[in-house]
Design a protein around this ligand. Structure first.
Ligand code: KG4
Ligand code: ZN
Length: 362
């Protein structure tokens, strides 16, 4: 079965065509996975500007569809899927209305998809298969979804059955990176830029690393030891802002400072994310830890999670994180999610589909 999926919840216009089948475990063959980024347009605002994003989606969708069909060698499409939330309402509607038009034209049903679930199920495209895992053996699992709009710890009992244990009370982890990158004058989106600067800091020998560490503040690890599964990252941004303002211009514009601060910010976020996720994994005696969302593309986060998981002492604890291109927004993850809901019999006719900007997993 070939699924054509549409994702327009934020600033990327995405269409993918995925061939699906099931033999022991689900198999997804990505025939095309087009992501048309609007980064250049939103860069000057330092964040996503919703009405502009909507207009760009409208302009890009027909072009992206043409490319997706051509790259996939124009296969027969059997099912449509579209992200219905959470996300920016005008952007969601643009993608959903585009899917409705295709549904009418091609006489196909649509599967409505939750964006957060899609970030989780992105792991089923290649990870579950490459690690030769049986789907049933994965649960219960703890999922950490870290994106530009969300930071959530989710207990997953099975595919389609979730409970949000905790989430951010203010900024999401990605949003925190984006805002701090702006303070440091790095540009947008901030996550990949901070990732790169931090890597440079680790590689570089500034001669006197300890002297650098001396002039960098030790940033807070907000809520790390609180006995809940919530997060808060806005204090981190404020701490960086105060330190940045207190430094002489020569220092705050120096490579040492920018790279060092990027490394420290990244480590503060990683410490909190890993500590809280591992605690939830222990409390709920899970068999798997699953990462997803744009921030899961962070090199150091991936590396440190892999090292930290065995310290839990749980035998055969699985750790799943998608390849980097499937961490950030894409429509292949939407197609994979639609497949599982198609199995559960959740197809809808186009008239029944509505968006919900605040959609929550349950
Ligand atoms: O999931 P995503 O593509 O879109 C949303 O659903 O929000 O996540 C985007 C977020 C942005 O905040 C971006 O800065 C962050 O993911 N991000 C990263 C990295 N790549 C993207 N954060 C840290 N390190 C990265 N390598
Ligand atoms: Zn996302």
């Amino acid at each position: 079965m070939n699924i054509l999926a549409i994702e327009t919840s934020c600033d990327d216009t995405c269409i993918a065509i995925v061939k699906t089948s099931y033999k022991t475990r689900p198999r997804f063959e990505i025939l095309s996975n087009i992501v048309s980024s609007q980064v250049k347009i939103h860069r000057k605002y330092g964040g996503v500007y919703p009405t502009l994003a909507k207009r760009e989606h409208q302009k890009n969708l027909p072009i992206v569809l043409k490319r997706a069909l051509k790259e996939a060698k124009k296969p027969k499409i059997d099912l449509l899927a579209a992200t219905i939330g959470p996300g920016l309402e005008p952007c969601l509607w643009t993608g959903v209305n585009f899917a409705k038009d295709l549904a009418k034209k091609w006489g196909l049903p649509i599967i409505p998809v939750n964006h957060i679930e899609a970030h989780i199920l992105a792991n089923f495209i290649s990870e579950v298969r490459s690690q030769k895992l049986k789907v049933k053996s994965l649960f219960p699992a703890i999922c950490l979804v870290v994106s530009g709009g969300h930071t959530q710890l989710i207990l997953m009992q099975e595919i389609g059955k979730y409970k949000i244990l905790g989430e951010t009370r203010d900024d999401a982890a990605g949003e925190c990176f984006d805002k701090i990158a702006r303070i440091l004058g790095l540009g947008y989106p901030g996550g990949p830029l901070i990732d790169r600067k931090a890597a440079k800091f680790r590689k570089r020998d500034f001669g006197k690393i300890s002297a650098i560490a001396d002039f960098l503040p030790k940033l807070p690890r907000p809520m790390i030891y609180q006995k809940n599964y919530d997060f808060s990252f806005s204090g981190l941004k404020t701490a960086v802002l105060y330190d940045f303002r207190s430094q002489p211009e020569k220092i705050r514009k120096s490579k040492k400072y920018i790279q060092g601060m990027s490394a420290e910010v990244q480590q503060a976020v990683i410490d909190v994310l890993i500590h809280k996720t591992l605690r939830a994994a222990k409390d709920y005696k899970v068999k798997t830890i699953i990462l997803g969302g744009g921030v899961a593309a962070n090199e150091e986060l991936r590396k440190q999670f892999k090292t930290a998981c065995p310290t839990l002492g749980v035998k055969h604890l699985n750790f799943l994180v998608p390849p980097k291109n499937l961490c950030t927004d894409n429509a292949a993850m939407v197609a994979a999610t639609a497949y599982f809901h198609w199995i559960l019999g959740e197809t809808k006719s186009w008239e029944e589909i509505e968006v919900n900007a605040n959609l929550r997993l349950k």
